[in-house]
Design a protein around this ligand. Structure first.
Ligand code: PGA
Length: 263
């Protein structure tokens, strides 16, 4: 098990997933309020993932800052007759550096499978994006003792098959489904146990570079609980939903991750 300071150093990362929230004027207002709290030098790496409609406007506001832009989803094909979908190249041209794939809402509400998530991860990387691959178990899976089997299956499909040279642009997010948007956060010990397990799998497959892959925790992260989660040895950052929609709370989470980075 890795302790802070052992193994490759992993720069903390906080990703704000706005989900289907914020019209363009609302998105602009949020970014205008957030940036002064983060600039000139954010306490850690920060990625904002607004809805697709706001990508270009937010990208203009982030230009020249170290805060990066991400998409919440993409299609695996490069182009063609796929009504309603967007490709990795389109996201890059809108200013994105990152894409989230396999979020549990995509898996559970929109029928995404391990196979489609894997295709999306490959497409994002091929388009030059960094990818945040989400894994996580449902409450029933946790209660039946299947947590490790579920995250293993999801990791195997979308991450363990990747070529080693994709690792530098790959981030894993552990998001227990029962903790997303429920106000019920995993305890730091619960998060650490799964993160350490995932890190072990990555190291088994890829060796030392696998240990360097950042593993974010997501699921009801708030300004109040971020510090204790981020104090765990294998929690390298946070994927934040609800709490990314208000500037002060999100900035506080970024500061908590900065404290981890300074350790
Ligand atoms: P939440 O969402 O912080 O609102 O629980 C996290 C996520 O779904 O990425």
């Amino acid at each position: 098990m890795s302790a802070p300071g052992s193994g490759p150093r992993r720069a903390p990362l906080v990703v704000g997933n706005w989900k289907m929230n914020k019209t363009n004027p609302e998105a602009v207002a949020l970014v205008r309020e957030l940036l002064p709290a983060l600039l000139p030098t954010p306490p850690c790496e920060v990625v904002l993932c607004p809805p697709i409609t706001a990508l270009t406007e937010v990208s203009l506001l982030l230009a020249g800052t170290p805060v990066r832009l991400g998409a919440q989803n993409l299609h695996w094909e490069a182009g063609g007759a796929f009504t309603g979908e967007v490709s990795g190249a389109m996201l890059r041209s809108a200013g994105c550096a990152f894409a989230i794939v396999g979020h549990s809402e995509r898996r559970h509400l929109f029928g995404e499978t391990d196979e489609t998530v894997a295709r999306k991860a490959g497409a994002a990387l091929a388009a030059g994006l960094a990818v945040v691959v989400c894994v996580g178990e449902t409450l029933a899976e946790r209660e039946s003792g299947a947590t490790e089997a579920v995250v293993d299956r999801q990791l195997r499909a979308a991450v363990l098959e990747l070529p080693g040279d994709a690792l530098a642009r790959t981030v894993v997010a552990y998001e227990p489904v029962w903790a997303i948007g429920t106000g019920r956060t995993a305890t730091p010990a619960q998060a650490q146990a799964v993160h350490a397990h995932l890190r072990g799998r990555l190291a088994e497959r890829f060796g030392a570079p696998g240990s360097g892959v950042r593993i974010l925790y997501g699921g009801s992260v708030t300004a109040e609980n971020a510090g204790s989660l981020l104090a765990e040895a294998d929690v390298d950052g946070a994927l934040v939903g609800g709490a990314s929609l208000a500037a002060a709370g999100f900035a506080a989470i970024v500061r908590a991750a900065g404290v981890r980075g300074a350790r």
